[in-house]
Write a protein that binds this ligand. Sequence first.
Ligand code: SAH
Ligand code: SF4
Ligand code: F3S
Length: 439
Amino acid sequence: MSKKYHITTFGCQMNEHDSEKLAGMLENMGYIEGLTPEDSDVIILNTCSVRENADMRFFGNLGHLKHIKKAKPDVTISVCGCMMQQEHIGETIQKKYPFVDIVFGTHNIHEFPKLLIDSLSNRNICINVWNEEGEIVENLPVKRKFETKAFINIMYGCNNFCTYCIVPYTRGRERSRKAEDILCEIKELVKMGTKEVMLLGQNVNSYGKTLEEKIDFADLLYRINEVEGLERIRFMTSHPKDLSDKLVQVFKECQKVCNHIHLPVQSGSTRILKQMNRQYTKEQYLLLVEKLRNASPDIAISTDIIVGFPGETEEDFLETLDLVKQVRYDSAFTFIYSPRKGTPAESYVDNIDAETKHKWFDALVKELNDISREKNLLYKDKIVEVLIEGSSKTDDLKLSGRTTTNKLVNFNGEGKEGDIVRVEITKAKTFSLEGQMLY
Ligand code: SAH
Ligand code: SF4
Ligand code: F3S
C-alpha cells in the first residue's frame, strides 16, 4: 500500500504554490495524498509569519501533532515556510517541540526529498534552513490544486522593506525567473488544459530587473498574451510605486489580461505611508487609479489596508476612509497592524489602544462592504462571461466561477471546469453574484 502525505498551508498564494511543489515531489517519490494528518505518514506544516495570528495557528497545530507522533512514532513531521526563516522560531521548535523530524526554509524546498530520505534513515531531528536564497531551481514537479487555473512564480523575494513587513527577511532578495522558462511552463500547462494563469511575485511590477535580458513586466504580459489556447492572465501583487504607464496600457491592449488589479494601498495618509516606507503619496495613488480607469473604465480594483500602524491618528485614519470612498474598491483585505520581530516598525511606539483600533477597523470594513455591495449591484441583469472553476458551495446553485473582474458567480447551468460561459446575473450580494447560464 502506498504511503500517504498531508500538507497544511498557512500563508499566501506563494506559500500555497510551494506546497504544490512539495506535493509534486512527494508524488514522484510514490506517496499519495492522505485525507487528514492522522491518516498520513508524512505530515508537513507550511508556515506564514506575516501576522501574529498565523504564528499562533501554527503552534496550535503543532501541539496537536504531538499526539499523532506519540500514537504513530514512524510518522515524519516536517515544518517549513516563512516562519522557519526566523531564527527564534527554529530555537523554539528544538526546545519545545522535539518530536519534529525535519525543519527547512523557503530557499531550499527543492531539497525536501533528500531531507526526507535522510530523516527516515537516521531519525534525528534535521534542521536545514538556508539564510540566503540560492539559484532559482527550475522544473520541480508540481501537483496543482486547480486544473484549469495555475499559479506560476515569475519572481521570488522582495526588496521593498515596507517597515511593518517580514517578507523581505523570510523570502530573501528579489530575483526574476527567465521569461523563456515562464513561457515554457505556461505552454506546457495549456497543453494539459490550463485556461488561466496567476502570475505570482511580491512585486510583479519590478519583474525583470535581475535578468540579463532587457524585459519588464509589461513586456512579459505581451508575450504571455500570445500563448495560444490560454484564456486568462491574472497577477499579484502590483506595488503602486512601480506601476508604469506601459503596464496601464496592457489592460487596454492585451485581451487575455483580466480586467482586475490588486493594488495594495495600506493607508490613505501620506504621513503614515512614509513611515511604512511605501514610497508613494495618497495623491500619487489616486492618480494611478484614474489612469487605470481611463485605460479600462470597468476595471475592478482590490486592495490591502492596515489599520492601527504605530503613531496613526484619527486624522490619518479619516484619510484612509476618504481614499476608500474616492477609489470605491471592489473588494479589500483589511488587517489590524501586528508587530513583527526584526522589522523596523517593531520598535516604533504603538500608542493606539486596542479599542480604538477595533473601532477604526469596524468602520473601515463597513464602508468597504457597503461599496462592494453597491458595485456588485451594478452587475444585476447584466450578462457576463464566467470561467467555470467547479461546483458551487451555495445550496440550489450548481456551478461556480469568476468574471474577468474577479467576481465570484454562483449559477445554474450545464458546463465543466474550464469552460467560459455566458451568465445572466439575477442577484448581487456583498461578496458574490448569482445567476443563470444562457445557452
Ligand atoms: N507583497 C504583497 C503582499 C504582502 S503580505 C504586497 O506588497 O502587497 C499581504 C498583506 O499583509 C500586506 O499587503 C499587508 O496589508 C498585510 N501585512 C503585512 N505585514 C503586516 C503586519 N505586520 N501587520 C498587519 N498586516 C500586515
Ligand atoms: Fe512586504 Fe512591502 Fe515586500 Fe509587499 S512589497 S512583501 S508589503 S515588503
Ligand atoms: Fe506569504 Fe506569509 Fe510568507 S504571506 S511570503 S507565507 S510570510
